[in-house]
Write a protein that binds this ligand. Structure first.
Ligand code: PLP
Ligand code: COI
Length: 328
């Protein structure tokens, strides 16, 4: 199985479980993505929805592997609490993920293709609401579909447009994986793509002078003396990929990790720039455009080494002792 691009490429089975009368009910697999929902569901009207994104990888020997699923569970709970969505039990979350991956195993792309089965657990408010309040009924579902690269094929640098739009407000939802953040980013991304860029780079919403993140990924920077830098900000999603790369950079490449506010003015003096996330993996950035100025990054040697380590672990080529990889 080979999947090209990051888009919905079909699925076989979807897992659904309901929350009603104060408790989560047992879940089950169905054949269809479609379900009936009230037009006044809180998810549709007021964006009461949270989700996660993770992947299942095909190892060289045919096994199906997943990476740091526990971190996605923790982040889903954190997002749920912020959106008044009831805590999903760990057993139900794992059952949903594992049953969905097993039922769609034949859709996991081949090892050689370097694609993966993208897994999207989501929780949405389904009760009808009119006044602004949380629903009391929810639906958890897990959809899986094969995907290829989010940006370019291979390790080809992308171009980012530093937008004046914000994806998050100070003390808003920026650090949570809420559907609403992505609704707010659609216009900015369309504008950037129409101007020939691959994605937007969002700046800090208070001062518009510091780096935040991209619409679907964190950013990392490598300095000329090979230090790993990543923005410290309250309005970015705590990326599991970024966290993993920091650990790998420190342990394997003996790099110093610096989390700090990164001003746009500093970028000229930096060596490599990458967009990192489950979908983006590590995408090297060749150019950032901001207010008539182009900032270029010509090298991506360290990013390539990190890419080799991360994907080597995810696809089972490199053994790890962190307890990150599970077989499904
Ligand atoms: N930032 C945003 C806004 C994202 O949507 C994602 C994707 O999940 C990330 C960062 C990267 O997070 P992760 O590495 O956990 O996939
Ligand atoms: C992911 O990388 O898993 C994401 O959720 C990004 C997605 C919004 C395209």
């Amino acid at each position: 199985m080979v999947a090209s691009g990051f888009k919905y490429n079909g699925t076989k089975k979807v897992f659904f479980a309901k929350y009603k009368d104060g408790k989560w009910e047992n879940g089950s697999l169905t054949d269809s993505l479609n379900f009936e929902i009230s037009a006044l569901a809180s998810a549709l009207q007021y964006g009461q929805s949270v989700f996660e994104g993770l992947k299942a990888y095909r190892a060289k020997d045919g096994r199906t592997l997943m990476f740091r699923v526990d971190k996605n569970y923790e982040r889903l709970l954190r997002s749920s609490a912020r959106l008044l969505i009831p805590e999903i039990p760990k057993e139900l979350f794992y059952e949903g993920i594992l049953e969905t991956v097993k039922a769609n195993r034949e859709l996991v792309p081949s090892y050689e293709s370097k694609g993966a089965l993208y897994v999207r657990p989501s929780i949405i408010g389904t009760e009808s609401v009119l006044g602004i309040r949380s629903a009391n009924e929810f639906l958890f579902f897990v959809v899986a579909s094969p995907v290829g690269n989010y940006f370019n094929d291979g390790f080809k640098p992308i171009k980012l447009y530093a937008t004046d739009f914000d994806r998050a407000a100070p003390n808003g939802l920026g650090s949570y994986k809420a559907g609403a953040n992505y609704a707010g980013s659609l216009y900015a991304k369309k504008e950037a793509v129409e101007m020939g860029y691959d994605d937007c780079l969002y700046l800090d919403p208070k001062t518009h002078t510091k780096l935040d993140e991209c619409g679907a990924s964190n950013v990392i920077v490598i300095t000329h003396d090979n230090k790993f830098m990543t923005p410290q900000s309250d309005s970015i999603l705590p990326s599991i990929t970024n966290n993993s790369l920091q650990i790998l950079a420190k342990d394997y490449l003996k790099m110093e990790i610096i989390r700090k506010e990164i001003h746009l003015d500093e970028l000229d003096g930096l060596k490599e720039f990458g967009a990192v996330g489950t979908a983006a993996v590590i995408s090297p950035v060749g150019l950032i455009h901001h207010h008539g100025r182009d900032i270029r990054f010509k090298s991506h040697d360290i990013l390539e080494k990190l890419y080799g380590l991360l994907t080597g672990i995810q696809f089972g080529d490199i053994n790890e002792n962190y307890g990150w990889v599970i077989e499904v």
